[in-house]
Design a protein around this ligand. Structure first.
Ligand code: GDP
Ligand code: K
Ligand code: MG
Length: 263
């Protein structure tokens, strides 16, 4: 089992990594970039945990985001462990959605539940799990609380999210168009590839297997963007996709977060 640890910066990934892995770990560089990769042996020989740089999205604005996207298209791994900061849930879920769209099993470690509580927020992990269709384990990575439950959940049968955001007619039509034209690549999920291509993820657009179709499909995406702008001059494909994800997250927050008195 090879589990890839994804999350926003400062969400507790390193704390969790240290809780879940023994001392046997090493540091190396990802192909072509000088960013550290850290791989740790999961306790009880359950496999390895791969620590990735903290990121907000897959569409790379930073080197770290490019590393994460490259990892997703180049490396073999079994599942994603997405560490989410419960006190910044809405913001964190933008990455979660993109990881779920990727099509591999995802397990959420809902961290910083103590911080959320002190800010008067109680995240209902069961509602969140039900709404997303994947396991959610509440943890406090700093103290190790819930880390055993994460290990146990990782031993269970992994769950591939049956998950789809509806991006609206224009973008859904565009995604389908791209899915029909992008060649197969390493049996990666075609809808995820199409959505990332549409959003302008350069790591995806530059996949060598896409070189023959890239110019035509980029023109097509530019046309989609022009049509969106004709309706609303301040928008873009990226903005529209962000908006749809945000709408989904807003609805989720209503059902999964209780406001309590701040401590
Ligand atoms: P990373 O950047 O995602 O690797 O996050 P770190 O593991 O370095 O954690 C960032 C900071 O948050 C550190 O000071 C941790 O001690 C702290 N931290 C991690 N998990 C928790 C938690 O569940 N609760 C609280 N209160 N702090 C935490
Ligand atoms: K940090
Ligand atoms: Mg870290």
């Amino acid at each position: 089992m090879q589990v890839a640890l994804f999350g926003n910066p400062n969400t507790g990934k390193t704390s969790l990594f240290n809780e879940l892995t023994g001392s046997y770990e090493y540091v190396g560089n990802w192909t072509g970039v000088t960013v550290e990769k850290k791989v740790g042996q999961l306790k009880e020989n359950a496999g390895v945990l791969i620590d990735l740089p903290g990121i907000y999205a897959l569409n790379p604005l930073s080197k770290d985001e490019a590393v994460a996207s490259r990892f997703l298209i180049e490396e073999d791994f079994t599942s994603v462990l997405n560490i989410v900061d419960a006190s910044q849930l809405a913001r964190n879920l933008h990455l979660t959605i993109q990881l779920m769209e990727y099509g591999k099993p995802v397990l959420i470690g809902l961290n910083m539940i103590d911080v959320a509580k002190s800010r008067g927020m109680k995240v209902n992990d069961r509602s969140l799990a039900e709404a997303l269709g994947i396991p959610v384990v509440p943890i406090i990575a700093r103290t190790g609380k819930g880390c055993k439950a994460i290990s146990e959940q990782m031993q269970e049968k992994a769950v591939v999210p049956d998950f789809r955001i509806d991006y609206g007619d224009e973008l859904e039509h565009a995604a389908t168009y791209l899915m029909d034209r992008l060649p197969d690549f390493r049996s990666l999920n075609k809808r995820w590839l199409a959505l990332q291509f549409l959003e302008g993820n350069e790591v995806i657009r530059q996949i060598p297997a896409f070189m023959n179709v890239k110019p035509e499909l980029e023109d097509f995406c530019a046309g989609v963007e022009r049509r969106l702008r004709a309706a609303n001059p301040h928008t873009s494909i990226k903005q529209e996709m962000f908006k749809k994800r945000q709408q989904f997250i807003d609805r989720l927050m209503e059902t999964a977060v209780e406001k309590t008195a701040a401590e």
